[in-house]
Write a protein that binds this ligand. Structure first.
Ligand code: IPM
Ligand code: MG
Length: 355
């Protein structure tokens, strides 16, 4: 299997390095071999070539069976021309590879119960949510968009637009995912205000006709944000558009204890899928061996499962992560009393030892 590595900026290179070690160990154990090609994305690509997503990077990704990404962005590029910001690299590669479905599973590891922000009685009801975020449409990509000056004032606008086909295919992904879980989908929109959301809801309801075994309900995004902290146990799969999904997935991650634990898979109609932690480049701790590599390691597990159909291999990674947490090893973001504080490398090595 050929994997394109896009370490990117900030803590990206540190966490990707640990995840690659895990892949190699899994490969050795199960007789699989993984080949890597590294390419530039984000700020490092801007520094090297003037663009956040060089053509060679797109080609390297397209030529691979899967892509593993670290993170992009940082203060160094915050004042750059917005059209070549590091984030454009990430949005660009999602679009280039047609990765319209972003799966962001937020589960609470029992070992991290103390790191959870919610009241114990709420946590006891369970926390296992799969956010299915539409990733190549909506307001992130809608046209027209502008940033300019009109009538002597600065102004800016974006367009939130969804076509039926875009809604239908992401709804399908959500219904299929629900079938493998507890069979419930909550579609999140703002249909009380936005036209685009009314179409969203109409199409989700229509597509649901093909999935009568799955339970479907709808929630406005403001209410969903509240319900997610009030009682996350009511959710199984949440399906939503690009912007709402961006926000709700951070919230879902944070209530599990740390955004440093959440992996993601971005999938299209065909391989290669792209796998990345949902957190960012954390420039404040970059290069200090403090980052939590577990979200990236768990992203590798998602890669094994979704792109390579290697369920057993994926299970071995998940189990190793659990066992490492069980031993009381913690990076700063999930540190709790009585645990051992470790760095990025030590955490990675501890996971390796469990495989
Ligand atoms: C994410 C990130 C990205 C997004 C940024 C870095 C462009 O927040 O993957 O959630 O908004 O999609
Ligand atoms: Mg985000």
């Amino acid at each position: 299997m050929k994997i394109c590595l896009l370490p990117g900026d900030g803590i990206g290179p540190e966490i990707v390095a640990q995840a690659v070690k895990v892949l190699d160990k899994v490969g050795g154990k199960f007789g699989r071999s993984f080949e890597y090609e590294e390419a530039l994305i984000g700020g490092v690509a801007i520094d090297a070539s003037g663009a956040p997503l060089p053509q060679e990077t797109v080609q390297a990704c397209k030529g691979a069976d899967a892509v593993l990404l670290g993170a992009v962005g940082g203060p160094k590029w915050d004042t750059i021309d917005p059209s070549i910001r590091p984030e454009k690299g990430l949005l660009g590669i999602r679009k280039e590879l047609g990765l319209f479905a972003n799966l962001r599973p937020a589960t609470l590891f029992p070992q991290l119960r103390d790191a959870c922000y919610l009241r114990p009685d709420i946590v006891d009801r369970g926390l296992d949510v799969m956010v299915v975020r539409e990733l190549t449409g909506g307001i992130y990509f809608g046209e027209p968009r502008a940033d300019g000056e009109k009538d002597g004032q600065r102004y800016g606008f974006n367009t939130m637009v969804y076509y039926e086909e875009e809604i239908r295919r992401i709804a399908k992904v959500a219904f299929e995912a629900a079938r493998k879980r507890s069979g419930r989908v909550c579609s999140v929109d703002k249909a009380n205000v936005l036209d685009v959301s009314r179409v969203w809801r109409e199409i989700v309801i229509d597509e649901h006709k093909n999935y009568q075994d799955v339970e479907l309900d709808h929630m406005y995004v403001d209410n969903a944000a509240m319900q997610l902290v009030r009682d996350p146990s009511q959710f199984d799969v949440m399906v939503t558009g690009n912007l709402f999904g961006d926000i709700l997935s951070d919230e879902a991650a944070a209530i599990t204890g740390s955004i440093g634990m959440l992996p993601s898979a971005s999938l299209g109609a065909a391989n290669p899928g792209l796998y990345e932690p949902i957190h960012g480049s954390a420039p404040d701790i970059a290069g200090q061996d403090k980052a939590n590599p577990l979200a990236t390691i768990l992203s590798v597990s998602m890669m094994l499962r979704h792109s390579f159909d290697m369920g057993e291999e994926a299970d071995s990674v998940d189990k190793a992560v659990q066992a490492t947490l069980e031993k009381g090893l913690r990076t700063g973001d999930i540190m709790a009393q009585g645990c051992k504080l470790v760095g990025c490398k030590e955490m990675g090595e501890a996971v390796l030892a469990e495989i």
